[in-house]
Design a protein around this ligand. Sequence first.
Ligand code: DSN
Length: 413
Amino acid sequence: MYSNIKINDKSIEKAINKELKRQQEQIELIASENYVSKDVLIATGSVLTNKYGEGYPNKRYYGGCENVDVVEMLAIERLKKLFNVKFANVQGYSGSTVNAAAIAALVPKGSKILGMGLSSGGHLTHGYKINFSGYFYDAYSYDVDKNGLLDYDEILSLAKKIKPSLIICGASAYSRIIDFRKFRKIADVVGAKLMADIAHIAGLVAVGLHPSPIKYCDVITSTTHKTLRGARGGIIMTNNEEIAKKIDHWVFPGYQGGPLFHQIAGKAVAFYEALKPSFKKYQEQVLKNAKIFCDEFKKLNVDIISGTTENHLFMINVKKTFNLTGKQATEILHSINITVNKNTIPNETESPQVTSGIRLGTPAMTTRGFKEKEFVKLANIIYIVLSNHQNRTLLKKMKLEVIKLTKKFPIKG
Ligand code: DSN
C-alpha cells in the first residue's frame, strides 16, 4: 500500500505521490509521527467513509449502521483491553477535540484549570490562552524547574494557591517519566479532578514501558497516531461510569457530529496490532533507540533539555549548542532530508515560530527498522551538519548519506 496511487484527479494524485516520495526519502524524527501498517491504511481508505451514524452503537440517529456498529464496538473493546479500563470513547476526531470533550465532562465552563505550560512541554489544549482551553476556562500553568524537570512540590504549592477544579498532566515535549501518582496526591490535596493526556506516550503505556495513569486519573485522553501507530484521531478512557456518560455526551452531541468510521476502523486495527507481543518489542526498541540517540548527542556535548530521555523523545537546545534558532536548525536539517520540528524550550526567549530548540523522536524510524547503530550514525550526521551548516559540499555529502539510509530502510507498510 505504500505505493503510488492512480486517480482521475491528477493534481491530487501528483501531490499524494510526491508526499509518498518525501516520506520514503526523508528521515522522520518528528516525535508525534509514525507510519501505519498496510492494514490500518486499507481500513482508513475504506467505504466506511461513506457512512453517517451520529450516536453510539445500537443507539444511532441513522439507519444502516449494523456494520459500523461492529467496527466501533470492536474498537472500544480492544481499547479497553489494551489499557485495562472500563469505559472508552473512540469517536474523537483529534487530540484537541477529545481534550475539549474530556474537560467539559469533568468541570463546568469557566472553572479554574491547571496544566503544563506550553514552553515547558505542555499542549495548547492544556490551558493555552489562544486555545479554547484558555478562552472558555480560567486557565493557569505550571512549569518545569531550571533543570527541565517537573517539580511536584512546586506544583503542589501552585495548586494550593490557585485551587483549580481540574489538573491536567501529560505533555507534548517532556522527555522524562510522568509520576501520575504524585499528580493524584496533589489533586486530592486541593480537591481537583485529574486528567492525563497520554497522546505521546500511549504506545509505551499500553505495553507497560511507562507507568499507567489509569489508577490515578479521572479521565485519560490520547491520540492514536503517535507511539500508538494507528489511524489519526482521539480517544478518551475512564473507569468511572458517571464520567463515562458525560464524556459520551460531550463528544456527541457536545463537540462533534458524525463519527469518522473509516478512522475508527483504522484505530480498531491498530489496537488489534498493539495487543500483539510484537508491539511490545517495537516499543522496547523505540526506547533503546531514543536512549542511545540522546546519549550520542551528550557525548558530543549537545545541550539536552532535562539532561536525558526516559521515553521516545528529547529536545535539544540548538541556540546554546550551535548558536542557531529552532527554525534555522529545522530548515538546515530539512535541506539534507531529515525532518524535525522546532520546539519551544523552558525559559524560551524566542517566539513559537522561531524557538531555541528542536524536538527529536524515534517512533517513526524505529518502525522502519532503525536500530541503535543507525541512531548513533544519525546523531553524528545531525551534529556535523548543524556545526558546519555553511559548508555546502559537506551538506551535499550528508544528504547522500541520509538518502542511502532511507533506501536501506524503506517504509514497508
Ligand atoms: N502536534 C502534536 C505534537 O507534535 O506533539 C501535539 O498535538
